[in-house]
Every structure is written in C-alpha cells, then in structure tokens.
Design a protein around this ligand. Structure first.
Ligand code: IMP
Ligand code: MG
Length: 183
C-alpha cells in the first residue's frame, strides 16, 4: 500500500479520499445521539468483525450511557465482491435470549450479512434486532428492511479506510477512500 495525502494505491487499484475523518466523527456523534434518544435502555451492541472494530470504538466512546458490547465474526467479502455467507456466528445463546440487540456494521452493501445475522439472532431468541451502519449503499441493498440507524448513504462503489479493507489492506486509514474509476 502506498499513501499520499489524498490517494491510496493497493495493488492495481487507486483509491481517492472521499470522506474525511472529521465528517466521520460528526456522523458517529449524530448516530450516538439518535441511539440514545431511541432506546430507554441501550441495547446489546454486536459489532461485526473485522470491519466494525473502529466504528464500535468510536461509537462506544460517544455513547453517554453504559452499554454492553460483544464482537461477532462474520465475513461476506472476497476481494471486492460480496459473496454469500458460509460462516455462522459464535455467540452464547444465553447472551442473546430475550435481548434487544443492535448490530454494528461498518458498511451495509448488498445486505446479505445483515439479513443472515438478523435471522440467526432471532432464531437464538433475541427479542429485537436493529442495526446501526456507519455507511450504507442504498443502490446495492437487496432487502426490504433497512438499517435503523445510518451514518451516511454512499454510492455503490468500493471504499476502504475506517476499518474497511481491500484484501487486508487499508483498515487503519482515518478517512474513507473510494475506488477510482470503474471496475
Ligand atoms: P453485505 O453483506 O453485502 O451487506 O456486505 C457487508 C460487509 O461486506 C461489510 O460489513 C463489510 O465488511 C464488507 N463490505 C461491503 N462493502 C464494502 C466496501 O465498499 N469496502 C470494504 N468492505 C465492504
Ligand atoms: Mg463487515
């Protein structure tokens, strides 16, 4: 990975700075306010690894009230393609039964991850399964029920940074970068 002020190169792909870290901080703050206002008791937050680790850390520090967090692992992406999912979640049933849950996603794209997770958590006995997504691609989304809390709607183009990677690279970038040109 090579990195200049507003361009990142990974393998054959160039990514252009798209949303800066201050704008991201502002959207995280707004989301935390919405969440605080929405729930009488804060839900159990389930960030989806790997991508959501940075967003969760920021969101957690913005939330004013105490809350529980359990990371879960799920993977749908292979390179730049959203694949169907093979994995299933590893979370003890007793942490889920009767709970209000809020899935924490770095980005919701096709929505396969969110749909599968909602179904699995419901089967495990969750009372309610909401979702907060830092970024959301409405043109790519293939399901009816949108994430309840959305930081920013973005076009159907691949992005990296703020926890998101291309082929394992770019997660630590503070700003969001968008793939240059058509793929
Ligand atoms: P979905 O199942 O298609 O909604 O994809 C959701 C997951 O794929 C997200 O949690 C991300 O980890 C990953 N993903 C989706 N879009 C992008 C992107 O543009 N860049 C990097 N990762 C992405
Ligand atoms: Mg993810």
């Amino acid at each position: 990975m090579t990195h200049s002020t507003d361009k990142v190169q990974i393998k054959d792909y160039s990514f252009i700075k798209y949303i800066d870290e201050f704008e991201i901080s502002a959207l995280v703050r707004r989301l935390s306010n919405q969440i605080e206002a929405h729930y009488e008791v804060l839900p159990l937050f389930l960030p989806v690894l790997n991508g959501a680790y940075i967003f969760m850390a920021d969101l957690s520090r913005e939330l004013q009230r105490d809350h529980r967090v359990e990371f879960i692992k799920y993977q749908s992406y292979d390179g730049m393609e959203s694949k169907g999912l093979k994995a299933s979640i590893s979370i003890p049933e007793d942490k889920v039964i009767g709970q209000h849950i809020c899935i924490v996603e770095d980005i919701v794209d096709r929505g396969h991850t969110l749909d599968k997770l909602r179904k699995e958590l419901q089967i495990l006995g969750a009372k309610q399964v909401d979702c907060v997504a830092a970024f959301y691609k409405p043109d790519a989304y293939a399901y009816e029920r949108k994430p309840e809390f959305i930081g920013l709607e973005i076009p159907d183009k691949f992005v990296i940074g703020y926890g998101m990677d291309y082929d394992g690279q770019g997660r630590g970038l503070k700003d969001l970068y968008q793939l240059e040109g058509e793929r």
